[in-house]
Each structure stands twice: as structure tokens, then as C-alpha cells.
Design a binder for this molecule. Structure first.
Ligand code: PXG
Length: 462
């Protein structure tokens, strides 16, 4: 009768046993998790989650960088219900379309920078970046320059987990599994000032780091370079906020060599940085943008690519059939939820709040945390932030990686009702955009307590 059991009837231990027996989690050491047992999240409201043990947890990661409007938003739930009743699915392949997909395309064209009038929908950010690879190469083929195939990305970038997404990404651990990257994708070093450029000012380093792109273009041969892709701020890589000089210089270099610029807005889009798009915060004019996550606040999967007119025009006027698409490209329920989500962001003026109020509030809190003996650096942009834990504050010397100080800190966070991620020894947050000033203070208080506990552990270990 086990198939008939429902949530309410199972204990945490029973959930954990069934989980370990059947569910292979993403990016997980299956054997280790099976021994330890998952934390089972059962419900959520606002910026808080509850696990099956009844613990209340402040979700400072917005699910996985996506639940920007917080949990339990009635208008999103109603939009999904209504669309499920009216038309749960129809495809967009055979010269058909559904009203929510058309309306969302129209709204995205309005909300994005003026070079964007067209969108290609996918089911996720990874699929969006697969679309980018196909589309970029198709564009250059149609222009009679098929040798322009190479896409340049960066080390420690994250662009998804499909074959193309993982190839574009710069995670060596991912490349090592499955024979990646696929051909004609190459990487340059990331613009991580603290690690790579502390002998210079941030601004000087930004120019140097952008210069690595020009060097790579010349090494590959400009006539072979199709595009450069980057996250305005690297998220999964540890909230690496580049110097202000970096992106404008990257734009200048792309323009100089006719290389397409792709902004992966999967995390930075929909208000996270205090503007609708990370490229607006960073001052670039991309030819393509990938989006996902915040488009529906994670209530339902949806992703896509904003296609700049430079590319759309060629695809439309000379393209013929583009042999690419997904069953769920323009899924009507996902699009209906996205419409409700975007209207909520507009109605509540969340982007303006992040820019003028919440972002500066968080920045002040992180500035104050810089005094903590564990913190080597603290930075924020909008509602993204990173705290770097270091062994020696004066010199900035890092802890030995095997100490896993970030994981120790993350453990204290979990135990104290806070979800904060550890990427190595960078502790990162990206709370829902509906967080209030008071809740930011509550979060900062929890962070400080967990830093103190981590500091005590570190000292006890000598
Ligand atoms: N681009 C960026 C910039 C992302 O952050 C993707 C593409 C892929 O999206 P999908 O929807 O295919 O997952 C992402 C996803 C982490 C973490 O550990 C980050 C992501 C996904 C999983 C884990 O921070 N970002």
C-alpha cells in the first residue's frame, strides 16, 4: 500500500529512507547523502521555509536564486490554476501559439533593453544556453561566416548542466565528467579581484581582466570568434562582482571585433541587482540574453532567450527553418505564471525597492560585518551578497581548503534557521526581493551569530 501514502502520514525518517532508496538528487554525492539523510522541506510562506521537523528557516537563497517574489503569492497560484483549467498545454511548433505565450513575449519585449523585440522560450536556463549556442552559430552561418564558431566563456562561470550549458560553464569538476567542453568553446580567467588582482585597484584590475578577452580573441583569430558569454555577476561561482570598469571594457572589445555579447541573466535578471537586468547595472548592450528562474519566481519551470534585433533580423529574413525547439517552448501555464509574476513585481515596485532601499540596507549590513575577525571581504550588489571567510584578516590569507570552513559555517546556518550557501569559503546570499528591512536585520543577526559560532570552531581547532 506504500504508493497510497501521503505527506501527512510519513515521518521524517520514512521520507529520508524512501528518498535515499529512489531519488538521485542533482549535484549530489549519492552514497554520502543516503547515509546522512536529506532535510525534507514541506511548506513555505513569504521568505520562510518549514521542514518536516517543524523548523522554520529563513530562506536567504530564494529557493535556488529564483523565488524572487517569495512563497505563497496568491496571484501566481491563481494564474496557474486558471490556465490549467482553460488550456493546460498546447505546443508552439506547428504554426500555433497560445495567448499566454504571446502575451509574455510582448511583455518581455517591453521590459528588456530596446534592442530586444523577440524571445525564444525554453524550459530552463540550461536549455536557454543550448539555444544560444545553436542560434549564435546559425547566425554566423547565415551571414556566410561559418568559421565563426568559437564561443568564449570564463573559468568558474555557471551556465547550466546540459552538454552545452556545462561546456559554456567554467567548472572544471563538471568538464571532468562526460568529456566536456564540446568543441569550439574556450575559457578565460574570471574577473575575481580578491583572488587575482589585489595588487591593483579594482578599476585597474577590471581593465586587465577584460583584456584577457581581447588576448583570447587574437589567439583564436577574430574571424573564428562567434560570441562571448558571461553572467553580469557570477552567481553559482560565489557571487563574484566584477569591478565597474570590467563590463564596459568587455563591450568595447566585443564591438571592436564584431563578436556577439551574450548576457546570462538567469540569476541577475528580474530585479536581483536593482535593475530589471544585470546588463543594465553593468552597462552593457548584449545581443542575446538568457533568462529563467526569476521569470516565474521558480513557481513553475520556464526559461528562454531574448534575441536582439541584429540576430532576429537575420534569422527572420534569411533563415528558413531554425531546426531547434522544445516541447515546452512557450508552455501556456508557465507563461501565465510568468505574466502574473512580472505584474506583481511591477505592482509592488520590487525592482525600485531593491535599488533604492533594500540593496543599500543590505550593503550597510555587510559593510558592518567586515569588522568580524573571520571576514576578509564583504560585497553586495542589489540583493546578492558574498562574505569571504579568511584565515588572516590582515594579509587576506585563505584557510586550507580541506578545513572546509565554509561548510562549517553553512552547518551553523542550517542549525540556526538560515539558508546561506557556501561556495568554498565564500558565504553567499540572494534573498527574495519581497524581504523587508526588518527581515534583512533579522537575517544579518543570524549571519553574525553563525559567523561567531564558526569563529569559535576555528579557534578551537587552532
Ligand atoms: N545560467 C546561470 C547563470 C545559472 O545560474 C543556469 C544558467 C541554468 O539554469 P537551469 O534552470 O537549467 O538550472 C543557471 C542555474 C548553485 C546553482 O549552486 C545555480 C544554478 C543552478 C543550480 C545550482 O548556485 N543556476
Amino acid at each position: 500500500m506504500k504508493h497510497e501514502r501521503t505527506t501527512a502520514q510519513r515521518s521524517t525518517a520514512e521520507w529520508q529512507a524512501a528518498d535515499a532508496a529512489h531519488f538521485m538528487h542533482p549535484f549530489t554525492d549519492f552514497g554520502a547523502l543516503a547515509k546522512k539523510g536529506s532535510r525534507i522541506i514541506e511548506k513555505a510562506e513569504g521568505i520562510h521555509l518549514w521542514d518536516t521537523e517543524g523548523h522554520r528557516i529563513l530562506d536567504a537563497m530564494s529557493g535556488l536564486w529564483c523565488v524572487n517574489v517569495g512563497y505563497g503569492q496568491r496571484t501566481l497560484i491563481d494564474a496557474a490554476t486558471k490556465q490549467l483549467e482553460q488550456l493546460p498545454f498546447y505546443n508552439a511548433f506547428f504554426q500555433t501559439a497560445t495567448p499566454p505565450a504571446i502575451e509574455l513575449a510582448e511583455l518581455l519585449a517591453e521590459l528588456t533593453p530596446p534592442q530586444f523585440k523577440h524571445v525564444f522560450f525554453s524550459g530552463s536556463g540550461s536549455e536557454g544556453n543550448d539555444t544560444i549556442v545553436r542560434m549564435v552559430r546559425r547566425y554566423w552561418d547565415l551571414l556566410g561566416q561559418p568559421e565563426r564558431r568559437v564561443i568564449i566563456s570564463r573559468n568558474n562561470a555557471y551556465h547550466g548542466s546540459t552538454m552545452a550549458g556545462a561546456s559554456l560553464g567554467g567548472m572544471s569538476g563538471m568538464h571532468a565528467q562526460g568529456g566536456l567542453p564540446i568543441p569550439d568553446i574556450t575559457h578565460i580567467e574570471q574577473p575575481y579581484w580578491y583572488e587575482l588582482g589585489r595588487s591593483m585597484s579594482r578599476d585597474e584590475f577590471g581593465i586587465v581582466a577584460a583584456g584577457w578577452l581581447e588576448k583570447k580573441i587574437l589567439e583564436v583569430g577574430a574571424e573564428r570568434v562567434a560570441a562571448f558569454i558571461g553572467e553580469p555577476i557570477q552567481g553559482a561561482g560565489g557571487v563574484i562582482i566584477p569591478p565597474e570598469t570590467y563590463w564596459p571594457e568587455v563591450q568595447r572589445i566585443c564591438d571592436k571585433y564584431g563578436v556577439l555579447l551574450v548576457s546570462d541573466e538567469v540569476i541577475c535578471g528580474f530585479g536581483r541587482t536593482g535593475n530589471w537586468w544585470g546588463c543594465e547595472t553593468m552597462g552593457t548592450r548584449p545581443d542575446l540574453m538568457t533568462f529563467a528562474k526569476g521569470v516565474t519566481s521558480g513557481y513553475i519551470p520556464l526559461g528562454g532567450v531574448m534575441v536582439g534585433e541584429r540576430i532576429a533580423k537575420v534569422l527572420i529574413e534569411r533563415g528558413g527553418e531554425f531546426n531547434h525547439g522544445y516541447t515546452y517552448s512557450g508552455h501556456p501555464v508557465a507563461c501565465a505564471v510568468a505574466l502574473a509574476n512580472i505584474r506583481l513585481i511591477q505592482r509592488e515596485r520590487l525592482v525600485e525597492k531593491v535599488r533604492n532601499d533594500l540593496g543599500p540596507h543590505l550593503a550597510r549590513g555587510f559593510e558592518a560585518l567586515k569588522e568580524h575577525p573571520l571576514i576578509g571581504d564583504a560585497e553586495t550588489c542589489g540583493l546578492m551578497g558574498a562574505l569571504l571567510l579568511v584565515k588572516d584578516k590582515a594579509s587576506g590569507a585563505p584557510f586550507a581548503p580541506e578545513l572546509e570552513v565554509g561548510m562549517i559555517c553553512r552547518g551553523h546556518c542550517f542549525a540556526n534557521g538560515l539558508i546561506m550557501r557556501a561556495v568554498g569559503d565564500r558565504m553567499i546570499i540572494a534573498p527574495p526581493l519581497v524581504i523587508t528591512g526588518e527581515q534583512i536585520d533579522e537575517m544579518l543577526g543570524l549571519i553574525r551569530r553563525c559567523l561567531d559560532l564558526t569563529w569559535a570552531d576555528v579557534r578551537a581547532q587552532g
